[in-house]
Ligand binder design. Sequence first.
Ligand code: HXC
Ligand code: NAP
Length: 294
Amino acid sequence: MKYTQGMLRDDALKGKIIAITGGGSGLGKSMGKYFLELGAHLAICGRRLEKVEEAKKELERATGGKVMAASCDVRKPQEVEAFLAQILDTYGKVDVLLNNAAGNFISPTERLSYGAFDAVIDIVLKGTKNCTLAFGKHWIKSKKQDKVVLNIVTTYAETGSAYVVPSAMSKAGVLAMTRSLAVEWAKYGIRFNAIAPGPFPTKGAWARLLPGDLGEKLKVENQVPLKRAGDHQELANLAAFLVSDFAPYMNGEVVTIDGGEWLQGAGQMNFLEEVPQEMWDWVEKATRNAGKKN
Ligand code: HXC
Ligand code: NAP
């Protein structure tokens, strides 16, 4: 058994209709592929129709599953409502909303224009709000139970982070919404959870967060105690569990999957990782003697 393999039984998502925003690339596409393998049907969207159509073909070819692809800009409520209507026309229902679409880039904050800030906030915070409101209102009105919203956030939604401030503000807002609605909409049979991934290589993220050879130079894996980046399948395994009927008691949770990355930056004494192994005998002696001297 390995984390690069699927974890759940083959029919774990049979009969589920799962909508994935930004499902045409990166992590959205990888999670979607595994959902299809587990028997779900998908509806994926992005701003560019050719890109999601291409992903639809690739996913259907790889899994034999069914995918509806639509162009939908999550910043525009009318397009979100049209996406929902198209899903209901195609499948007659929708069970899961996976808010995965995002925009981000690194920049010193003082270099950002008002528009640059809004570009990220409009996709991540307001786009997630638009989708959640449209799907949630539909589920509440139609009195459908056992529905799930899964939001992809980041570990810096809790800690904040320099150089990605619009994204950190937006993801923090998405996490607040996750926890708020987990309580408020539980009575309507809608569960809310979030995943906070560490570094999972994708073209979209790497081009904007580690452009050029920055990834090589900064050695991202050294920020992770487990000394590796995440594998898409291990994220897909977690997401599949959270949206499945095996997780009905999980509500309002954010699950971090980052190899311990954020904790490595947080612990006050973590810098001791730099102490060479051969020095620890001397350190032990010194600390044992500390009490004898004073
Ligand atoms: C400074 C920038 C900029 C940059 C754009 N702008 N890029 N400013 N540095 N690198 C400014 C523009 O000058 C403009 O300002 C405003 O932002 C809007 O720019 P547009 O290009 O018109 O925006 P738009 O086409 O809406 O594109 C949105 C985007 C883009 C976020 C800028 O990168 C995008 O489409 N991203 C989608 C995919 C993505 O980002 N994936 C990675 C997610 S990774 P003015 O002043 O003229 O209005 C992720 C990982 C998190 O979230 C955690 C990892 C550990
Ligand atoms: P990605 O491939 O760039 O995915 C982002 C997707 O969102 C793209 O398919 C993009 O498609 C879509 N999108 C952007 N703006 C949109 C809009 N206005 N309307 C609809 N769709 C839109 O990057 P990724 O790495 O897979 O990121 C996926 C999620 O994981 C994001 O929420 C990200 O914050 C999160 N995350 C990633 C990492 C990582 O290491 N990769 C770490 C932590 C969190 P179009 O451009 O065609 O619209």
